[in-house]
Design a binder for this molecule. Structure first.
Ligand code: KG4
Ligand code: ZN
Length: 354
């Protein structure tokens, strides 16, 4: 079973071929991130235009790298939500067109589910990929932490899962990106805040951890605002002073301390809930996905508080957005006879939830 996966929900144009839900044959990604860096975040119109320009090149790269012709492809999987409307449209219309013209079944995939399925890849002939030796076991706890999502999900089996909790406001990656802006650090904020935090003291500022009514829910907007308030106070400015003018008034030491203090609390917020869910549901595997899963601080805290044998991580390149995670999910949809999508009518679902 060979599935071509197509992913265009945000700023990565990505395609990959996966075999039998575990073997990575190719992984092609073109990112328009550099075009957005100047704006401090993804600009939807620029992302959509870039997808149009890149998508066929990326799909052909994925097929070439997998040494696979269209005849050997058993189906096409595509992200239809959640994500930016214009970006999703390019991937979905391309997948619909290819499904019709190449006469392949079409599988509509949820982006967030895809992030978790990246963890099912265990084999590859590609160089520079470090994959886990074994697939995760059910019940499986999935923590999705990205620029658009912060969710904790319990999988009892394939296609049988329960959303335990999610963010009520900003996603955790979004909070990293916004804090980076306040501190004058480059986009994307996750890696740059993480880098600055290395030189800072995580206990220098006491920042609030949100208390939520839902046992497994998160919130990051109060934490983000608390960082802004501390930055304004350090700069000797009032609370209406614009965030864009703060970074030049702060010393490198103050920025590093604030980055470290923020990162510690943001990561603790998701790790606390993951530990609670592990204790309640007796999960056999804990997997993480999404861009923030690449955070060394997240891995450090998880390793400190959860049994090592339950934790396994996929390659960093498969944690940020990619086509392989969608192709893997598509393989399971095909093998487990999940419904196919109609290539003449599949629509995008920008606000798709789990
Ligand atoms: O999954 P992803 O590539 O795209 C979305 O679906 O959002 O995640 C992007 C997010 C950004 O907010 C970025 O700042 C964050 O992931 N990120 C990180 C790291 N690398 C990327 N956050 C913390 N530490 C990192 N090393
Ligand atoms: Zn993502």
């Amino acid at each position: 079973m060979r599935i071509l996966g197509i992913e265009t929900s945000c700023d990565e144009t990505a395609a990959a071929v996966v075999e039998d839900g575990k073997k990575l044959l190719s992984n092609a990604v073109f990112s328009s991130m550099d075009l957005h860096a100047a704006y401090g975040g993804v600009v939807p119109e620029i992302a959509a235009r870039s997808h149009i320009e890149a998508i066929m090149t990326v799909i052909n790269q994925a097929l070439d790298q997998a040494k696979t012709s269209w005849g050997a492809i058993d189906g096409i999987a595509v992200t239809y939500g959640a994500g930016l409307g214009g970006s999703l449209l390019v991937g979905v219309m391309t997948a619909r067109t290819l499904a019709i013209t190449k006469k392949k079944p079409l599988y509509a995939c949820n982006h967030v589910e895809g992030h978790i399925y990246a963890n099912f890849l265990t084999h590859t002939s590609l160089s520079n990929y470090e994959l886990p030796a074994k697939q995760p076991k059910f019940p499986m706890l999935g923590l999705i932490v990205s620029g658009g999502h912060s969710q904790l999900v319990l999988w009892k089996d394939h296609f049988n899962y329960k959303l335990l909790g999610q963010t009520h406001d900003d996603a955790i990656g979004e909070a990293f990106d916004k804090v980076a802006k306040v501190l004058g650090l480059p986009y994307p904020g996750g890696p740059s805040v993480g880098e600055a935090a290395k030189k800072g003291d995580p206990d220098s500022f006491k920042l609030p951890k949100a208390k939520m009514a839902g046992k497994y829910d998160f919130s990051f907007s109060g934490l983000k605002t608390a960082v802004l308030r501390v930055a304004q106070e350090l700069a000797g400015k009032s609370h209406d002073f614009p965030s864009s003018g703060l970074s030049e008034l702060l010393s490198d030491k103050q920025k590093a301390d604030l980055a470290a203090s923020f990162q510690k609390v943001a990561i603790e917020t998701v790790v606390d809930k993951t530990v609670l869910a592990y204790e309640e549901f007796d999960s056999k595997s804990i997997v993480i996905g999404g861009g923030v899963a690449a955070s060394p601080e997240l891995r450090r805290q998880l390793a400190q508080r959860l049994p090592a044998k339950l934790l396994q991580y996929t390659d960093f390149k498969l944690m940020t957005d990619n086509g392989a995670m969608i192709a893997t999910l598509g393989c399971y949809k095909a093998v487990l006879k999940q419904p196919t999508a109609d290539p003449y009518s599949l629509e995008i679902a920008p606000n798709l939830s789990m």
